[in-house]
Design a protein around this ligand. Structure first.
Ligand SMILES: O=C(CO)COP(=O)(O)O
Length: 245
């Protein structure tokens, strides 16, 4: 399966950060994977202009479940598609924790993403405590079952496994732990989507860097990465992209 490497800029980036996208274009012209950059809302419009005629595409980090209406401060999937975004990250643990987003909200947002024509990158992952209790697969399975909407296909859904304790910490699960969870996700996707579940890309996210990317991409059922901090610097992100063969 062709790999997908997505960069989640989180709440980082000013207009001047467009230079990183420009540099990334120059560094990834011959990349053999799909590449998505998800800057903050404020930069999406400009970023879409910048990546025209390149192999980069632009995504967002969230959307509202409704198409329009009295939702102060929110942005809909249709608005994102309207300015040229192609993907949207949903259910990131930073939103699940700090914005109280539960699986039902994530699923409603995924329905909205599909209605708006966006590819949903749905994030799942256990906390340290849940892993220590031996419940990682159970927690991820529950999130997956409840967050993935009807109508999901390999063309409009990507899953990102992001153990909460690995995000921004420099900690990475062992190869066995990653393979175990990815295999469980694959099985659940097959149960849910039939043979098409085989074609849904499952990304790993959490402290991915150019120095560990190759080893992670070599693992079974790892179809790419969702990268936070290391996506902010073009040269570092390009190092990860070049490992995704
Ligand atoms: O949250 C992440 C991507 O969505 C991962 O963040 P880091 O790569 O900074 O650990």
């Amino acid at each position: 399966m062709r790999k997908l490497v997505a960069g989640n800029w989180k709440m980082n980036g000013l207009v001047s950060s467009q230079a990183e996208i420009e540099a990334l274009k120059g560094l990834t012209g011959s990349a053999t994977c799909d590449i998505v950059v998800c800057p903050p809302f404020t930069l999406i419009d400009r970023a879409v202009e910048r990546v025209k005629d390149s192999n980069l595409v632009i995504g967002a980090q969230d959307c509202h479940a409704q198409q329009s209406g009295a939702h102060t401060g929110d942005v809909s999937a249709e608005m994102l598609a309207d300015i040229g975004a192609r993907y949207v990250i949903l259910g990131h643990s930073e939103r699940r924790v700090s914005h109280g987003e539960d699986d039902e909200i994530v699923r409603a947002k995924a329905v909205a993403a599909h209605r708006g024509g966006l590819i949903a990158i749905v994030c799942v992952g256990e906390t340290r405590h849940e892993r220590d209790e031996g419940r990682a697969i159970e927690v991820v399975g529950e999130q997956l079952r409840e967050s993935v909407p009807e109508g999901a296909t390999s063309a409009n859904l990507v899953i990102a496994y992001e153990p909460v304790w690995a995000i921004g910490t420099g900690l990475v699960p062992t190869n066995e732990q990653i393979e175990e969870v990815h295999a469980a996700i694959r099985q659940m996707l097959e149960e849910r989507l039939g043979s098409d579940g085989n074609s849904v890309r499952i990304l790993y996210g959490g402290s991915v860097k150019s120095s560990n990317a190759e080893a992670i991409f070599g693992l079974r059922n790892v179809d790419g990465a969702l990268v936070g901090g290391a996506s902010l610097k073009a040269s570092e992100f390009a190092g990860i992209i070049s490992a995704a063969v």
